[in-house]
Design a binder for this molecule. Structure first.
Ligand code: TYD
Ligand code: MG
Length: 459
């Protein structure tokens, strides 16, 4: 088949070149030229105009209040934790991107979801580019999905996949993975930015025009970005990421973008021999079990989406060499450097010549600043070799001036902690409850040094 001509377009300035160059001839940026299909017809015509035609039906200008806002109809997948991050279920014509490290459970979860939907009477399609049909069948047996009626297509060529979607009209199709799909229009290899972008654009268009819900599986590169960087995130309606380390059995699915629901909602799963099982009450899974308190450990209540969860922060402060190391797992490293500076300036705790390692237990990633106080207390506890009291927890954001700022929805956090048997809490003043919470002694603080004093008086 004769290939359409391709051109190379600069991602920075949009300039084009007939062949690949290391440096853009227009704006002199390096390594920005990517291949794309050339316009086939000679008059100046946006090649996407045909692609997105169905999206933009010639319509008139309307007043916002006159537009009927029908609520999207959602079809629950039958997996409550997945529905939670999706905002209630799959949406007709919605495109979902689901990313994560290899082996974390993307294919497993999606196969389970497809099977439930198929059993609920929906027509489903699983397109696999990474495994053969036999491998998928083997996995489904392992998952206990005997007699599954999910349709499977082992195919990586975009045009054939689109034709199958057209012919079979499924309600939901999973493309596992977008990096293996390639279009005949481009000469670059599958998985390259150009291919990933082109294929995702075509699939998105197919979803919008035919109403099929498409789930794209994307791999994450070593740096943590979806290969075919970010270009997919703005195209799709929902972006979900798998988190958690592959060694522990817990997996988190986080919504980082959702046009049909709340973001930062998380779904918690446990990997079992029979696939992923939702964890309905995850508040205590990120605590390690110490029989007695140990130095360098502090529990915080974090609020992910709508549910409070207790997470243990561990710190190890140890004699470092001339250039001590600062390492954090699950927490932002720059934030750690900032907290160490605040600790030094406002609480007189110096770690300049010490290695500092900080870890959030269970492979969970904490992005909210409410973890600051717990990180600081864990560091001081490790430095002094003194454990925090039994049943202790802390949360609150710490500012550069040494002030402790409130965390959103403090009451909810404290109630959850009390429910799990915690007895002492150091919290920002504005989060102190008006009515006492049974079983929980609360120390409200305004500044870092106050928090340190409270802890010293407790132990
Ligand atoms: P998989 O879904 O293939 O990961 P991805 O598609 O994200 O690359 O996950 C496979 C991993 O999960 C593999 O390491 C084995 C494990 N697993 C189980 O523990 N139990 C199961 O029932 C299945 C199917 C897989
Ligand atoms: Mg897979």
């Amino acid at each position: 088949m004769a290939k359409d001509k391709t051109i190379y377009t600069c991602t920075e300035c949009g300039g084009t070149s007939p062949k690949w160059l290391g440096k853009c001839p227009h704006c002199n940026a390096w390594n920005t030229l990517i291949e794309s299909a050339a316009e086939s017809s000679s008059p100046v015509k946006n090649r996407y105009s045909s692609q997105f035609q169905s999206l933009a039906k010639a319509s008139e200008v309307t007043t916002l209040s006159d537009i009927e806002a029908a609520d999207m109809e959602r079809t629950p997948t039958g997996h409550e934790e997945l529905d939670r991050v999706l905002g209630g279920g799959i949406v007709e014509g919605g495109v979902v991107l689901i990313g994560g490290d290899p082996g974390i459970g993307k294919s497993t979860l999606l196969l389970q979801a497809l099977d439930s939907l198929q059993r609920a009477g929906l027509n489903t399609l699983y397109v696999t580019g990474e495994e053969s049909g036999a491998q998928v069948a083997l996995r489904s047996r392992r998952l206990g999905l005997d007699g599954s009626q999910v349709k499977v297509l082992a195919e990586i060529q975009l045009e054939k996949i689109l034709a199958t979607l057209e012919a079979t009209q499924p309600a939901i199709a999973v493309i596992d993975s977008i990096q293996t799909v390639y279009s005949d229009q481009l000469t670059s290899a599958p998985g390259s930015v150009a291919q990933v972008r082109e294929c995702a654009a075509h699939l998105t268009r197919a979803a919008k025009s035919s109403g099929v819900c498409i789930v794209l599986v994307g791999h994450v590169t070593k740096e943590g970005a979806l290969a075919g960087p970010r270009v997919l995130e703005h195209m799709v309606d929902t972006v979900l990421y798998f988190e958690g380390d592959t060694h522990s059995s817990f997996r988190l699915v986080r919504a980082i973008k959702n046009r049909f629901g709340a973001v930062n909602e998380i779904g918690v799963f446990a990997m079992t021999e029979k696939g992923l099982k939702g964890v309905a009450n995850p508040s205590a899974i990120f605590l390690s079990q110490h029989s007695e308190p140990v130095p360098g450990s502090c529990v915080l209540v974090t609020l992910e989406g709508t549910r409070p969860m207790l997470v243990e922060i561990q710190a190890l402060v140890d004699n470092g060499g001339p250039s001590p190391r600062r390492l954090s797992v699950g927490l932002d490293r720059d934030r750690l450097a900032m907290l160490l500076a605040v600790l030094h300036r406002h609480a007189g705790v110096a770690c300049m010549d010490q290695d500092v390692f900080v870890n959030a237990v269970g492979g969970v990633r904490i992005s909210e600043p409410a973890a600051d106080l717990a990180v600081m207390l864990a560091i001081t506890s490790s430095l002094r070799g003194k454990p925090l009291p039994k049943g202790f927890l802390a949360f609150g954001e710490v500012g550069l001036a040494g002030e402790v700022r409130p965390a959103p929805r403090g009451q909810e956090r404290l109630k959850e902690a009390a429910k799990l048997g915690f007895s002492v809490a150091v919290v920002p003043k504005a989060n102190a409850p008006k009515k006492p919470i049974e079983g929980l002694t609360i120390h409200a603080v305004e500044r870092v040094e106050e928090a340190m004093n409270v802890v010293r008086s407790l132990s």
